[in-house]
Design a protein around this ligand. Sequence first.
Ligand code: IMP
Ligand code: MG
Length: 212
Amino acid sequence: MRTAVSKAGRVPRIVRLEPVAGRANRAALAGRAVSAERLARRVAALGRRLAADYAGTELVVVGLLNGSVLFVADLIRRLPGPLAVDFVGVSSYRGGTRPDRMEFTNKLRLDVRGREVLLVDDILDTGRTLAAVRLRLEAMGAARVRVCVLLDKPARREEEVVADYVGFRIPDWFVVGYGLDFEERWRNLPFIGVLRPTPPDPVGTPIRPATA
Ligand code: IMP
Ligand code: MG
């Protein structure tokens, strides 16, 4: 796994949660992993590093829908440009990384042939999505594809993915906010929160025996 070192230097590791304000938030969230202010500072730092690394290069920023939208919007405002931005959607197919078995639900409009591509996502989890999209972009003729993720959850990795730029490294928590969702909710939360585990089935729910 080559994700331990980021081109953006040492990656801040989130290990503890802060309390959240508001009854509704407290009921659903175990706590706040990254505040809005800390997100802004880290995105600015990533932007400075990207601006230096890509100085003189006309970059194509490719975000993955829908989770990366807030991150991409903030990140590109930290880049001097000129650059192009596009988004791809990927079907939630979980069976592998072969590009021919992955479906783009939103096709890339830009021609990436011979271009420097920065592939941006909200979180690197198993790595399946980014591994597949990366292969697809390379197959489309991109000169080079680098990966930038806001969050890295290395505990669950299944595919070897090189995340060149990482915002924060987090434990195996299910996080929401700043673009990340649970069942399409919470994307608008201005900070990164940790969802409480869903309560167990109510007492008395019959347990279905495993079929042979
Ligand atoms: P991967 O292919 O397993 O790396 O999955 C990456 C995608 O899964 C991300 O783009 C997210 O949409 C989703 N995901 C993984 N972990 C979380 C999480 O903790 N909260 C919300 N979405 C997540
Ligand atoms: Mg996503």
